[in-house]
Design a protein around this ligand. Structure first.
Ligand SMILES: [Zn+2]
Ligand SMILES: [Zn+2]
Length: 262
């Protein structure tokens, strides 16, 4: 069994460890170095277990701890050319790090990582499928404008998927954000709403995926029970029952050591 361990998930920080108890990969590094070590330790993991950091895109909630963590623990960094280029151009990476441009498929140790582009408003933004050495398959799929056919195909058959359920449409519409930001978030290059997430989960269920963590919830435009009710309600309408036909949880901002085996 492989471990899917989300360290943090929200619009203020995202990081997920996938692997065994001795070696794994980190997907995004949106945690400070102290929290990174502290949260890994809650699962009995040391920083040396992280053999590579894969970045989905260069927004700060995904990379704010990246350079410090990679430098301190000598971890190679993997990202799309667009992501790494933007981070170098803006001085958040210097080029002295161990940088690797990902292809569609990247092999590191016994892990195979497959990337699919997302329509999010960041150059080279991607989501990932990861196959672990013991045969587990998981997906990390946040910051989507919409769920493309290629992403669905890439995530097909995953044992567990982190998918974003960023905002409740009514809360965003009536909430405090300025109009331009509301339009950005709800555009095809923004984020998935709870109902868009529900539709996406429905499609992933048809692709053989059965276990989901809803994550990257907006702190201003969403509530955990709204995300969960929207998705489970939609699936119930399709005749699918939580706990019987699929497994679903809503990630809190930090999971406090709780992990999923897949
Ligand atoms: Zn984000
Ligand atoms: Zn983003």
């Amino acid at each position: 069994m492989a471990l899917f361990y989300n360290l943090c998930s929200s619009s203020s920080g995202n990081a997920t460890y996938i692997g065994s108890r001795t070696e794994g990969l980190l997907f995004d590094a949106g945690a400070g170095i102290r929290n990174f070590s502290k949260w890994l330790a809650l699962q009995g993991l040391g920083p040396e277990a992280v053999k590579g950091i894969f970045i989905t895109h260069e927004h700060s909630d995904h990379v704010k701890g990246l350079k410090v963590i990679a430098d301190r623990y000598h971890v190679p960094i993997y990202g799309s050319e667009g992501t790494l280029r933007r981070m170098l151009d803006t001085g958040r990476l210097t080029g002295e790090e161990d940088l690797h441009i990902i292809r569609r498929e990247t092999v590191i140790g016994g892990f195979t990582v497959v990337a699919a582009p997302t329509s999010h408003d960041s150059p080279g933004s991607v989501c990932y499928r990861v196959e672990t050495p013991d045969g587990g398959v998981a997906g990390v799929c946040t910051d989507l404008g919409y769920m493309s056919e290629l992403i669905l195909e890439t995530l097909s058959g995953c044992g567990h998927i982190l998918i974003e359920s960023n905002y409740d449409e009514e809360m965003l519409r009536t909430g405090p954000y300025p109009r331009f930001l509301k339009e950005r978030i709800s555009s095809p290059s923004g984020h998935l709403s709870n109902s868009q997430c529900a539709e996406a989960v429905g499609k992933l269920l048809r692709e053989g995926c059965r276990s989901f963590s809803l994550g990257h919830l907006s702190e201003h435009n969403n509530l955990p029970h709204l995300a969960e009710d929207t998705v489970t309600g939609y699936l119930q309408f399709m005749g699918l029952t939580a706990g019987k036909d699929y497994r679903l949880e809503v990630l809190p901002k930090t999971t406090g050591g709780k992990a999923v085996e897949f």
